[in-house]
Ligand binder design. Sequence first.
Ligand SMILES: [Zn+2]
Length: 468
Amino acid sequence: MLALSLYNALSRKKEIFVPINKKQVGLYTCGPTVYNFAHIGNLRTYLFEDFLRRVLEYNNYKVKHIMNITDVGHLTGDMDMGEDKMEKGAQREGKSAWEIAELYTEAFKQDTRRLNILDPSSYHKVTDNIPEQIALISKLEKKGYTYKTKDGIYFDTSKVKNYNKLSHLPLETLREGARVEKNPEKRNPTDFALWKFSPLDSKRQMEWDSPWGVGFPGWHIECSAISLKYLSKNLDIHCGGADHINIHHTNEIAQSESATGKKFFNYWLHGAFLNISGGKKMAKSEDGFLTLNSALIKKGLNPLVYRFAASQVNYRKPMEYGENNLRQAEQGLNKLWEQVAALGSKKGNINSEFQVKFLTAVNDDLNIPKALAVLAAVLKSNLIAADKLATALDFDKVFGFDLKNAASYINSVVKSSDLPASIQKLSQERLIARKNKDWAESDNLRNKIQAAGYLVEDTANGQELKKI
Ligand SMILES: [Zn+2]
């Protein structure tokens, strides 16, 4: 058996993965704040976590996967200042905060399922776990880790040894980062809210009684309370986006370990950012942010194209986003589906030599790009078709490209003479635009043809149209 090694942010090294309990691995992934559609940058993180989950299962671990749904308490500023994102979303759309949460939780589940991301074992809403969060804060209060200010109960980070053990940043750097939104009553810039009081002058839609007054939980406490409740015996792996390292995950560790006196999670894994071409990080606050719908579905791209694109980049490396990259991924995935569909449907045997190579790749800190190269080698090899198919389907337990239904994704080329006259005209115009290197016009015509129900592909044989 080839050991699974994972890059652990705590040690900043690849470590052999050893679960606390051999029979079941606990996996906690920080979930979405459901005030809007998911940004495709965030969806990249959920894809990385899905590859991790599938690799664990490929290694025959039973995985208990817990995800929170942040439906209250995540403020627009990272440092416990600003507005509640949920209440802000409600204002924007003229709905209640509860309706907004419901709406975008369902939208999130739909997006992840379209990406063939496996559902967690269970989702847990923050609003369903308020007593657990209050109990955890009380525990911290009894141990002397908290203090009260005008606007809430805060965690005193100066009382924690190794507050920076996850970020590995000098405390001074963490403090500098925290100074952006200064609350004069905070004892240390890095201190964070455990409980925020409702404002005196207005009524919040989401608020609860607590030993300290009416209010709502701070953002970080939810993940500690939910993971300690549902994974108490399996605190193995905790994941999220790389943007969670310095604040959210650092604070989760500080408060959890202070409350329990025990190590929180053993392995901390983070997915790198998605960059738009040019290397700029995409933020949710930017206008016209990209969702699965706007970036793919509306452009006629199958959501699995994004999954395929993400699989080509190591999860710890930034991924470049661009329409051209997606078009290339589309061609790559279509080609893969065509190759697999051509293998027929006869039952064969998994080739163990290739399987070892595949396992070696994915167990090396999820080297999915290398695993894809192993799949390509299988398809090119001189194995019989049935064995190629069995091996490809085995690998697809990790890839999640729905290879077993490959044939259903293939659109066959429509002969030019069989196209409606209007489409023939558009495709002729596109050929001329391409001859003139007028790429904008060529893309514009491609969109028009696509809107009329035909995919356009530029192949070695020239422009080909397929019925969607
Ligand atoms: Zn979290």
